[in-house]
Design a protein around this ligand. Structure first.
Ligand SMILES: C[S@@+](CC[C@H](N)C(=O)[O-])C[C@H]1O[C@@H](n2cnc3c(N)ncnc32)[C@H](O)[C@@H]1O
Length: 238
């Protein structure tokens, strides 16, 4: 039976259909009411609460890793945009970051975010704007060597302008990719959030030159009405 980050069983049994209807309220915008209604009725949000994950994003990396198997015992992982920590929580047992899986190599996670992150056993968590000058140098110093996985779920706060948001997320993804080129060991994996929308062609071309395989995936946990998808590049050529 699957277990959550606290070691409890997470079969989902006992979860009832608790569809919540949110009433409109004075002073609350219709879009906020819709967001609240969707959030309260999202099965992944309910599952994350029941299973002890810090957010529904945890299921995205879980589903990507179930498909591509990059979070293996002993892996050295950089998690960019890691707050509140769902991806880290998923990675800890998979890479054996606590070293409690007898006979298996112990992994390492360095999590970076603009925001402070509540401690997670097995992770080194640092607050940093990854787009600041020399941020990559700082990350390399904290890392202190090579990595097997660079994963990024970084997303800037929405500006409300689709094209601007798209360009911002591509800039974050490109910055993450350049760190990956710098720190990945041969055979390493790069995973990053992107948004479907046109400007990602150059990045895809670059990734195809540097990795054996580049896949674009929308895991089931990624909301169908969002243009978010993930690029998973495996087999770094060095
Ligand atoms: C969708 S959340 C990440 C969720 C995370 N993967 C999890 O499972 O909890 C996106 C994060 O990217 C971070 N972020 C955005 N721009 C960043 C930057 N320039 N440097 C570091 N983090 C950034 C945000 O602060 C936010 O916490």
């Amino acid at each position: 039976m699957a277990k959550g980050p606290d070691g409890k069983n997470t079969s989902g049994r006992g979860l009832r259909d608790l569809t919540v209807k949110v009433k409109t309220a004075r002073g609350r915008k219709a879009s906020s009411t819709r967001w609240l209604q969707r959030q309260l009725n999202d099965p992944y949000v309910q599952r994350a609460q029941a299973e002890g994950y810090r957010g529904r994003a945890a299921y995205k990396i879980m589903e990507l890793d179930d498909k591509f198997r990059f979070l293996v015992p002993g892996a050295r992982v950089v998690d960019l945009g890691c707050a509140p920590g769902g991806w880290c929580q998923v990675a800890v047992p998979r890479i054996n970051a606590l070293g409690d899986k007898g006979g298996k190599a112990q992994g390492f996670i360095l999590g970076i975010d603009l925001q402070e992150v509540e401690p997670i056993a097995g992770c080194v968590l640092k607050q940093l704007d990854f787009m600041a000058d020399d941020a990559d140098m700082q990350v390399k110093e904290w890392l202190g060597g090579k990595a097997d996985v660079v994963m990024s779920d970084m997303a800037a706060a929405s500006s409300g302008h689709k094209q601007t948001d798209h360009l911002r997320i591509i800039a974050l993804c490109e910055a993450a990719a350049y760190l990956a080129f710098d720190v990945l060991d041969e055979g390493g994996t790069f995973v990053s959030k992107v948004l479907a929308g046109g400007a990602e062609g150059e990045l895809q071309k670059l990734l195809k030159q540097r990795f054996t395989k580049v896949a674009n995936v929308k895991p089931p946990a990624s909301r169908a009405d969002s243009s978010e998808k993930f690029v998973v590049a495996t087999g770094f050529k060095g």
